[in-house]
Design a protein around this ligand. Structure first.
Ligand code: HAM
Length: 439
């Protein structure tokens, strides 16, 4: 019998080239996604331990929130926030950070009626229209921690402790804290004057952005990454010499607590951070060695923002917090090849074994034993190879013969020794063997 002729269907290509994700955005998938979920888990566990409750705030907020929160005159608001007008005429912005949204939520939901302190944390994507480069994305993720409560230097130190713990547990071996105090509005008013005097004769050499900053927001001059501006910055007066008594004593105590907690830090008197709401303690945590501080990208940054709540028409509540750059952490993850180690690998041969295995998987899941399996594979050799790749200490083998007699083979992957046991005992047997391995 001759086959009917195949119809040739010509589909016109919709695009000359396949579409790419928008500039500065990226997909997160295997193997990076393993680090991503691990970091979220570490943050979540430590948040619980330190008493932080999770909060989710919208990705869109009123444009005015960031203009007043982060501040007009900052790069984030002036250049990097995605803002648009809705069909209804409202001006909205994609959140470039969490802090302002969380403060807005605190006020809106009267969280000042909650028992003090209120500790909140969040995890999610943020948007900044930056020039994409290593470690800088237009959509990126942060883990954000905010503390609302008593103005005590122990709070600043405890937050820095939490930040260093997350970084350490995640596996970043070399990192250091940079810390500074930018005082209260009064200290800064005095400091701005001396800074203006210092830069007064140097404005011609500054980059075009800094020329504007000199007029609009002189502290931002200390934040510039331009090489010439950085050189000029080296001779600038240091804010620590212009702190009032209270700010100075607060900073001194934060430092003492860090010493007590054994947290290594370096004082960076020119650290001002790129957001306007900060006062007193500001800090960043950088990867690598302190000698390379100038070049090192910040893994996280934060500080006090005692005046933001009031500025946004809320109660007078001091606050302190930090945010971790998730992509920067992932890029530095100690072991790029995040292993997916499993406790045991389940191999099967034949249909009846496959059916039994589906039930067995559920039992292992309930017992919280990490299992590897591949139901689409029938070859024992290929399955044992996968068990090896996943570093499983044991493999369980279920063939027709075993199914028939309610048995299962347990194989020690290191010694290749095999033993046949009752299927009903398999979870307990695996548990026992794993416990022995760990002891
Ligand atoms: P931030 O310094 O703007 O602070 O951001 C915190 C961290 O987010 C940075 O240290 C960096 O790791 C990461 N990050 C920032 N921009 C990007 C980007 N374009 N691409 C990739 N990663 C980036 C804040 O956002 C404050 N809200 C932190 C805070 C919380 N302060 C008090 N509470």
């Amino acid at each position: 019998m001759s086959r009917p002729p195949k119809k040739k269907i010509r589909k016109k290509k919709l695009f000359k080239e396949p579409l790419q994700s928008p500039k500065g955005t990226h997909d997160i998938f295997y193997p990076e996604i393993l680090h991503f979920t691990r970091l979220e888990r570490i943050c979540s566990e430590l948040a619980e331990f330190f008493g932080y409750k999770r909060i989710e705030v919208p990705v869109i907020e009123n444009k005015a929130l960031f203009e007043h929160g982060v501040g007009i005159g900052t790069d984030i608001v002036d250049k990097e926030t995605y803002t648009f007008q809705t069909k209804g005429g409202d001006w909205l912005s994609l959140r470039p950070e969490f802090t302002s949204g969380i403060v807005r939520s605190y006020i809106q939901n009267s969280m000042d009626n909650w028992p003090e302190p209120v500790k909140l944390w969040s995890w999610g994507p943020l948007f900044r229209y930056e020039n994409p480069q290593a470690g800088r994305y237009r959509q990126f993720w942060q883990a954000d921690f905010e503390f609302f409560g008593p103005l005590d230097p122990i709070v600043d130190a405890e937050l820095i402790l939490l930040a260093t713990k997350i970084v350490k547990i995640f596996g970043i071996k070399q990192s250091f804290v940079e810390i500074n105090s930018i005082g209260c509005p009064e200290c800064r008013a005095n400091y701005r004057k001396v800074l203006k005097q210092y830069y007064h004769t140097k404005t011609r050499k500054l980059c075009s952005d800094c020329k504007v900053r000199f007029k609009k927001n002189i502290l931002r001059l200390l934040d510039c990454k331009n090489e010439t501006c950085q050189e000029i910055k080296k001779g600038a007066p240091e804010i620590l010499n212009y702190l009032c008594k209270d700010c100075s004593s607060h900073f001194q105590k934060v430092i003492e607590y860090l010493d007590l907690l054994g947290i290594a830090y370096i004082l960076n008197p020119q650290l001002v951070r790129g957001l306007d709401y900060y006062n007193r303690t500001v800090f960043e945590l950088k990867a690598g060695l302190a000698e390379d501080a100038a070049k090192a990208p910040a893994l996280l940054g934060g500080g006090r923002f005692d005046y933001l709540m009031k500025l946004l028409s809320g109660p007078d509540v001091p606050a302190c917090g930090f945010a971790i750059g998730v992509e920067r952490m992932i890029e530095l993850a100690a072991n790029k090849e995040e292993n997916e180690d499993v406790d045991v690998y389940l191999a099967q041969i034949g249909d009846s074994a496959r059916h039994k295995l589906i039930v067995l998987l559920e039992e292992f899941r309930k017992a919280k034993i990490k299992i590897g399996f591949d139901l689409a594979r029938d070859s024992l050799k290929a399955q044992l190879k996968s068990a090896d790749r996943l570093d499983a200490p044991f493999a369980l083998i279920l063939g027709q013969e075993e199914v028939l007699h309610d048995k299962i083979i347990i194989r020690d992957m290191k010694s290749s020794l095999q033993e046949t046991i009752n299927l009903a005992d398999v979870v307990e047997e695996v548990k026992k063997r794993l416990a022995k391995l760990k002891s």
